[in-house]
Design a protein. Structure first.
Length: 228
């Protein structure tokens, strides 16, 4: 084997080893992101009471709890995703749908990882990348539409005496996570394509070298020197 070919093979082997390690990390972070997405959807702590509110309470996408005003801070909770009429705001309903779509896309992306055993690796990475990009878009729409349902006394998109809770902040962090995972999947997919092309060129080059050697053995009058 020529020195250049040997160096190329070593580089290829090292890259494939590193690529698998990065791919495993991408898969782990994708699973963690799916868990975050589920938590964001089902937890009602998007906005809640503060020290200035007259009674306790908190709101999620489709589930909310409001205090009864008693000293022991008892809460009356209503709302279910299966009963859209119980969701208090049209904005909350729309945001719930978009966040649900985001969660389904993330779970579909995890299911697509099984295709690594059957399909082209580059194609699977790019498919998952588009899913995660759409997931991020759905989360963006959900986070932008949700404040339209606040309807505080000071106007729309104003919390009044309420405050933003951790689930809303987690959804915003999920947007950044989805965009990062999508970018990483696109990079891995494109690099896989490049190395498939390099492998094809290397195989063609090895085939050409073999033909030269065979011709040199059969017809020495050409004076072709053996390459290795």
């Amino acid at each position: 084997m020529l020195p250049s070919q040997e160096a190329s093979k070593i580089y290829h082997d090292n890259y494939m080893r590193n690529s698998r390690a990065i791919g495993v990390l991408w898969a782990i972070f994708t699973i963690c992101f799916a868990i975050v997405n589920v938590v964001v959807l089902i937890e009602p702590y998007w906005i809640g009471d503060s020290v200035n509110t007259p009674q306790a309470g908190y709101f999620g996408l489709f589930h909310h709890c409001v205090g009864t005003g008693s000293p022991n801070r008892e809460l009356t909770c209503v709302g279910s995703f299966s009963d859209f009429a119980s969701i208090p705001s049209g904005a909350f309903k729309a945001a719930s749908v978009f966040v649900l779509l985001s969660m389904l896309l993330t779970l579909s992306c995890i299911a697509c990882m099984a295709l690594f055993f059957f399909c082209n690796t580059s194609t699977v990475y790019k498919t998952c990348a588009w899913m995660q990009l759409l997931c991020g878009v759905c989360l963006v729409l959900g986070c932008m539409i949700f404040p339209d349902g606040w309807d505080a006394e000071t106007g729309k998109y104003s919390l009044g005496d309420c405050s933003v809770r951790w689930a809303y902040m987690l959804a915003i962090m999920g947007i950044l996570n989805a965009l990062f995972l999508s970018f990483l999947a696109f990079v891995l997919g494109n690099r896989q394509t490049d190395f498939y092309l390099d492998d094809l060129q290397m195989d063609n080059k090895d085939f050409a070298v073999s033909r030269i050697e065979v011709r040199d053995r059969r017809e020495p009058r050409y004076g072709v020197q053996r390459l290795h």
